[in-house]
Design a protein around this ligand. Structure first.
Ligand code: PBG
Length: 325
């Protein structure tokens, strides 16, 4: 047989394959979500996220040191708010002495170089479990945006390098940017969850923080998974309003959206490999149906190939260890 082109030449050994790989994963790509709780020496494994923990500040700081040692550059903080501090205003979210604020301070004191990002949305603080303020059964946009500005400023004040609004209210990126400017936080970044879909795959996360909505769903603010163009619209508006990074969430069922947004914007794009995606791999691996390590690397590489510059993932530590091998 005479063939002009033999495509397999580029695949014939591990050396040549790594020379021509179009996508290379690195610990620099990862953002590690951390769940934080009150107390000391506390550590709870999340039942629907085997191998993932919610820890008190001391344990979290220890974990962050380890992550930094593995070459990971960023963490994204979530706290579990105790029930007696939840209300419909979300005011605990900007308590200068709140769990989030103390966590930021402790982490920045222990590992000052690490990039600390914080989730900005009212759901962990809301007695209704919604991302915004509720009036007559509706999640009201503008009063919520005012609350999110206070929350963001309080995180910046505590030392957060980045705020990551995950609430999907309209106009919040512009309002937060204005608030940061007016208060002289000119170095604080905004990573906007620009295209965040109303997804069933958030279930395990809501177990982790006890933040499931008490009534209804989040479909009046999070996006309809039927839509693609709308994601580009959201991302472009967020960039115009001052977002430094735009995020797509969930990840795996939305790789097409990552590529679409990547082609449309001139800022870095991040994607969130969320709790339900983690749970699926863990469950299948536990059953012996897939190889966990290979599933992790293949999944995370697919995010990058789709166009994600950064990946928020519960697999970050495992993946960093595999990549450092
Ligand atoms: C809160 C928030 C959620 C997630 C990140 N920030 C849950 C939600 O919107 O209900 C989900 C993360 C995950 O599932 O891993 N606004």
């Amino acid at each position: 047989m005479y063939l002009q082109r033999r495509n397999r030449i580029l695949r014939q050994s591990p050396a040549i394959r790594s020379m021509v790989a179009e996508t290379v994963l690195s610990p620099n790509d990862f953002i590690v979500p951390l769940f934080i709780d009150e107390g000391k020496g506390q550590e709870f494994e999340i039942p629907s996220m085997p191998g993932y923990f919610r820890r008190s500040i001391d344990g979290t700081v220890k974990e962050v040191k380890e992550l930094w040692g593995l070459g990971i550059k960023s963490v994204l903080l979530f706290i579990k708010c105790s029930d007696d501090l939840k209300d419909n205003t979300g005011k605990e979210a900007w308590n200068a002495d709140g769990l989030m604020q103390r966590s930021i301070q402790a982490i920045k004191a222990a590992v000052p170089e690490i990039v600390v990002m914080t989730d900005v949305a009212l759901d962990p603080y809301s007695s209704y479990g919604h991302d915004g303020i509720v009036e007559n059964g509706e999640i009201v946009n503008d009063p919520t945006v005012e609350a999110l500005v206070k929350m963001s400023l309080s995180h910046a004040q505590a030392g957060a390098d980045w705020v990551a609004p995950s609430d999907m209210m309209d106009g919040r990126i512009g309002a937060i940017r204005k608030g940061l400017e007016e208060n002289n936080f000119t170095k604080t970044g905004i990573m906007a969850y620009s295209a965040k879909y109303a997804s069933c795959f958030y279930g395990p996360f809501r177990d982790a923080l006890d933040s499931a909505p008490g009534f209804g769903d989040k479909k009046t603010y999070q996006m309809d998974y039927a839509n693609r163009r709308e994601a580009v619209k959201e991302a472009l508006i967020d960039v115009e309003e001052g977002a430094d990074i735009v995020m797509i969430k969930p990840g795996l069922p939305y790789l097409d959206i990552i590529r679409e947004v990547k082609n449309a914007v001139d800022v870095p794009v991040s994607a969130y490999n969320i709790s339900g995606e983690y749970a699926m791999i863990k469950a299948a691996a536990k059953m012996g149906w897939i190889n966990e390590e290979r599933a992790i690397l293949e999944t995370l590489t697919s995010f990058k190939r789709a166009g994600a510059d950064l990946i928020a993932t519960y697999f970050a530590k495992d993946a960093a260890k595999l990549l450092n091998r």
